[in-house]
Each structure stands twice: as C-alpha cells, then as structure tokens.
Write a protein that binds this ligand. Structure first.
Ligand code: SAM
Length: 255
C-alpha cells in the first residue's frame, strides 16, 4: 500500500499548523552560520535568494550575518506576510524582502545572485531539477547552499526506506547527491550533516504543544487527526532510525 506523504494533506492546514512555529523544517542558526562560513565575503553589493524560505527563520540569520540584500521566496503567502513583518520588527526591511512565488519558475534575472540558499525545501521540486534550474540565476562563481534529506548508509530497514521513498522519491546517499551537484555544474565545496538537535529540539519538540492546540481547535476533523498522526509517526521513525538518514547541508560553487 502507498504510504501517505505530508504533501497530500490539505495545503492550507499544513501551513496553518507550521506558520505558528519558528521553523518549518529541521535546522538551526548555528548550522546556517556554519554553512555561511564556507562562502566568501558577502558585501553590501551581494544578492542572496532564499528559496522555500517559510516564515524566514534562516533568512533573518543570513541577514544578521552578512551585509547582503536578500530576496526570500515561498509559495505560501501567509509565510511571506510573517517573514516581512519579522524583517520590519528587526529593522531589516531595507535588505530583506519576502515574495510569493514558486521555486520551479523563479521570477529573477539570469546571473542575478551571488548566493542561492534553500533549507529543507528543494525536495519539493527535486534535488537535480532544483540545482539545474537555479544555476541560471547565479553569477559565475556564485554559491549554492541547500539542506536536503539524505541516506547515511548504503542500506537501511524496509520500513524507513519505504517512508522516505514515498516522500522524496529521488532520495540518495551523500556521495550520490555530491555527484549530482558535480553533474549539474557546481564544484562541491562542503557537505555536512545537521546534528540531531536540529530535528529534535528545533523541529519535533516545538510541534508537540502545537499539535495539542491544533487538535483542540479542529476537534472532530478527521483530516487534522490524520495529519497529526502522520507528524507523530515522522518523529517516532526519526528516533528509531536516525542513524540511517538526516538532513545534509550541500554547498557548491557554480563553475
Ligand atoms: N526554509 C524553511 C525552514 O527551514 O524553516 C521552511 C522549510 S519547509 C520544510 C518547506 C517550505 O517550502 C515551505 O515553506 C513551503 O511552503 C515551501 N514550498 C513548497 N513548495 C514550494 C514551491 N514550489 N515553491 C516555493 N516554495 C515552496
């Protein structure tokens, strides 16, 4: 039987759930800053695109740790409204602009960006497809930095294999993903795995209170109950199988 995937739940409900949380995927400020450390100096002339930015947790970290101008793009307008409000509160509105759009049809100029960033989002259009499409918007010698679900071992138990192949059909090992990076025209600069705390402390634990709240708000709604069960299963599977997979930060330089 086909396993249901998170994308199959109602888009509005998923976003209503996640936009109240600080992050919509695993990650941390420390790891964003660590990835930024592999990229050359970004002056006040530099331009960054943050794709699948969500409510912009990592966007603000990028803004606070560079002098660059950042365009953050997400398909969900509610997240973009929140991102622009946060940028305003932090006094970053002159350098950070959130826009609604789709990352497989970017509204940018060729060779526009010094850096394209994307945490936890490239799987929505596919790793290879995303790397290929986004390259055109990067300047020569520009950088790409993405986090992407990856296998840590060549083999893994069938239960977790099935879960991830249903969710991200082209999921591969770190070595395979680096080879895709090379094939699509980037020099691999670094790849490092996100620590467990990025999943547990910053993703699964903050979901718990929100899940209770959401079940109360939508009492009797079967779709919501199924969505929360799915999220709880995702967390259980992570604690059972975390030695087999995780998010990896891939950093490359356009040739
Ligand atoms: N980068 C944020 C973070 O790490 O907290 C959000 C990651 S969340 C797992 C994935 C994001 O990708 C969501 O905000 C979702 O709305 C966005 N997304 C999904 N498909 C998209 C598309 N085709 N174009 C732009 N954004 C998309």
């Amino acid at each position: 039987m086909e396993e249901i995937t998170i994308q199959e739940f109602d888009f509005a409900l998923i976003n209503e759930f996640f936009t109240e949380l600080e992050r919509q995927g695993p990650g941390s400020s420390e790891e964003t800053i660590r990835a930024l450390g592999f990229i050359g100096n970004l002056s006040n002339k530099a331009k960054i695109a943050d794709l699948g930015c969500g409510t912009g947790f990592q966007t603000m970290v990028l803004a606070q740790n560079t002098e660059a101008t950042i365009t953050a793009l997400d398909i969900y307008a509610g997240s973009i409204d929140k991102l622009n409000a946060t940028a305003g509160k932090l006094g970053l509105q002159n350098r950070v602009k959130g826009i609604v759009g789709s990352m497989d049809n970017l509204p940018f100029q060729n060779d526009e960006f010094d850096l394209i960033w994307s945490e936890g989002a490239i799987a929505n259009i596919g790793f290879e497809k995303g790397l290929n499409h986004w390259k055109g918007f990067l300047k020569k010698d520009g950088y790409i930095a993405v986090t992407y679900e990856s296998w840590f071992t060549d083999e893994r138990p069938a239960e977790i294999e099935k879960w991830w192949v249903d969710a991200v059909p082209e999921i591969g090992t770190i070595g395979y993903n680096i080879s895709i990076m090379q094939k699509t025209g980037y020099i691999p600069v670094a790849a490092f795995t996100l620590p467990e705390s990025c999943w547990i402390d910053n993703y699964f634990i903050p979901q718990k209170a929100r899940q209770e709240q959401f079940l109360k708000k939508h009492a009797g709604n079967k779709t919501v109950e199924d969505m929360i069960s799915f999220m709880r299963r995702e967390a259980d599977l992570y604690s059972k199988y975390k030695q087999y997979y995780g998010y990896v930060f891939y950093i490359g330089k356009k040739i």
